[in-house]
Design a protein around this ligand. Structure first.
Ligand code: NAD
Length: 558
């Protein structure tokens, strides 16, 4: 006689508060699946005995197996594909693996590998992730959003794929960016994975290679522009407010005009921020605060020359100016600390047709067409590359910086690695090892002679997960520049003297949870202080945030 099948234990899913079915469906659901970690009792209760191998493994043992498989992959893109598949199979294990191996995993699930993944998205796709809203969905965007299987969305990361990292217009392939950022929200900021929604607005692409690629995933048309684009975005925003009214909206990798335009249009209407402008700004400012602790001198005496006057550069300039206003400098004096070179040369008053955001940093000076001449003339204490142009911090630029400064500050922020204005090795070699260096994508430590130099990565991951978490905690109505200023200070305060001694100007990645917590507290404090929320500040704010943070641990089913 066949033994009787044990009665299926109907278990509540805390994420959705609904009763879910059992058996093999649980194994196929990445939020519920534990693979070989289901205990004997669970296997009987759920009716999955025999559907997984008999040996029960701990999550630590599963991580070891996953790491072995990860290491066996021949290149980083294959590792990205492996990690994506793991996320699709067993979300808890994915986050445990990422959380325990951040330094190894972040360059795979985010920059630089995510850049390559985006370029080849149509060719490497296994299973769709995130929500695609295309120009064809005009008039029914709310309906599309309502198809998303989770209802309690608190973070929406959205791109239209027009300026993916420094790689340009990748259309719908840009989905890798919001998907990666949503994962970082959980891995580094402790947001529940089911509360984060990656969205790609597919409005077409100007990328002819993609348009001709039969495996391209997006709609095959040139970009929707002008009023039609703005109307589509407006409908998207309205639909978000209707379907996910408690969500923070984070804009990612929009091209410069749309990035600034949409931020201005919506920042006072909903809880929205642009990570490329505001998140980057806070990371740059945090890096400068730490760098000045190494170079000596006062922050207000720095002279900063940016290469690139786009989202990252201008955003950083504005936040640096705000920080200097706080140090009692006049607005003019604060802005005079920041200089910009864009593709047409030094930004000076005599230049015509400057958009207002650049004009605010146009100083009285002669016109200079190239960066090396600007460096020699202005004698900056810091140069910050956000141009997407590799090699622009040439040997002669770096040597000049070392002649002007005992400890020159060199940030080469362009992503991915192939776009960096200089490599870490070049920065140290051509400054005689004196550079205080940070990059956008990670570089291995550099060994020159007897010395080893540990590089810093000006990774936005130090800021946006904490800002999002803080805004969600406080139910903030808006995200303000004051929050990013507070976030920058919180990040800088987390850098220890020991880290500074090795040349590191950002906290070590394994401490990212603590960093995100302190950024979240700082962000929420501003929301309470500035009346940006209807809620009362809880007495135990930090504890409340800490306890709310997601941990990659299996739940018990029986
Ligand atoms: P953007 O397109 O808004 O701006 C690029 C700017 O570079 C423009 O002002 C353009 O005029 C200028 N530029 C182009 N060619 C130039 C040249 N030859 N000389 C001088 N200036 C030139 O892009 P963005 O959002 O500001 O991003 C720029 C780069 O910074 C990207 O590679 C991006 O990946 C990187 N970035 C890094 C971080 C980080 O490290 N945390 C954050 C955001 C952006």
């Amino acid at each position: 006689m066949r033994p009787m099948k044990p009665k299926f234990a109907r278990v509540r899913n805390p994420a959705r508060s609904s009763v879910f079915p059992g058996g093999s469906e649980i194994l196929r659901n990445p939020q519920l699946n534990k693979g070989t970690a289901f205990t004997d009792m669970e296997r009987d209760a759920l009716g999955i005995r025999g559907l997984v191998p008999p040996r029960v493994h701990t999550i630590e043992e599963q991580c070891r197996r996953s790491l072995e498989n990860f290491a066996r992959k021949p290149d980083d893109l294959e590792r990205y594909i492996y990690m994506t598949a793991l996320q699709d199979r067993n979300e808890t294990l994915f986050y445990k693996l990422v959380a325990d191996n951040l330094e190894e995993m972040l360059p795979i699930i985010y920059t630089p590998t995510v850049g390559q993944a985006c370029m080849e998205y149509g060719h490497i796709l296994r299973r769709s992730r995130g929500l695609f809203i295309s120009a064809r969905d005009r008039g029914r965007i709310a309906e599309v959003l309502a198809n998303w299987p989770h209802s309690n969305i608190r973070i929406v990361v959205v791109t239209d794929g027009e300026r993916i990292l420094g790689l340009g217009d990748l259309g719908a392939n840009g989905m890798g960016i919001p998907v990666g950022k949503a994962s970082l929200y959980t891995a580094c900021g402790g947001l529940d994975p089911s509360a984060c929604l990656p969205v790609t607005l597919d409005v077409g692409t100007e990328n002819e290679i993609l348009l001709e690629d039969e495996l391209y995933l997006g709609i095959r048309r040139h970009r929707v522009r002008g009023d039609a684009y703005l109307e589509l975005f407006e409908e998207f925003v309205d639909a978000i407010r209707e379907i996910f009214p408690h969500a923070v909206l984070q804009c990612e990798d929009f091209a410069t005009e749309n990035a600034f335009g949409l931020l201005e249009r919506y920042r006072d209407r909903l809880c929205l921020f642009n990570d490329d402008i505001q998140g980057t700004a806070a990371v740059v400012l945090a890096g400068l605060y730490s760098a000045v602790r190494i170079t000596g001198g006062a922050f207000k005496d720095q002279r900063i020359l940016f290469l690139g006057a786009g989202e990252a550069g201008i955003g950083a300039g504005e936040l640096i100016a705000s920080a200097l206003l706080d140090e009692e400098l006049s607005e003019d004096a604060a802005r005079e600390r920041c200089w910009f070179v864009d593709s047409k040369g030094l930004i000076v008053r005599s230049r015509s047709n400057l958009p207002e955001r650049k004009r605010r940093f146009a100083h009285d000076y002669r016109e200079i067409s190239d960066f090396p001449t600007a460096v020699a003339a202005l004698k900056p204490t810091a140069i910050i590359g956000a141009s997407g142009q590799p090699g622009m911090f040439s040997q002669s630029v770096l040597e000049t910086m070392a002649e002007i400064n005992a400890r020159p500050i060199i940030f080469a922020l362009s992503n991915p690695t192939s776009k960096s204005e200089c490599t870490a090795e070049e920065a140290y070699r051509h400054t005689g090892g004196t550079a205080v260096f940070a990059s956008g994508s990670p570089f291995e430590p550099v060994r020159i002679g007897e010395n080893t130099y540990v590089t810093g990565q000006g990774n936005n991951v130090y800021v946006f997960p904490g800002v999002g978490l803080g805004a969600v905690t406080a139910s903030a109505r808006h995200i303000t520049d004051s929050m990013f200023l507070a976030a920058a200070r919180a990040v800088a305060s987390q850098v220890s003297d020991a880290e500074l001694e090795t040349g590191q100007i950002f906290p070590s990645l394994p401490r990212i949870h603590e960093v995100s917590l302190s950024v979240a507290v700082a962000t929420a404090e501003i929301a309470y202080r500035d009346g940006l929320t209807a809620e009362e500040r809880p007495d135990d704010l930090e504890r409340q945030i800490r306890e709310s943070m997601y941990r990659p641990e299996y739940r018990a089913y029986a």
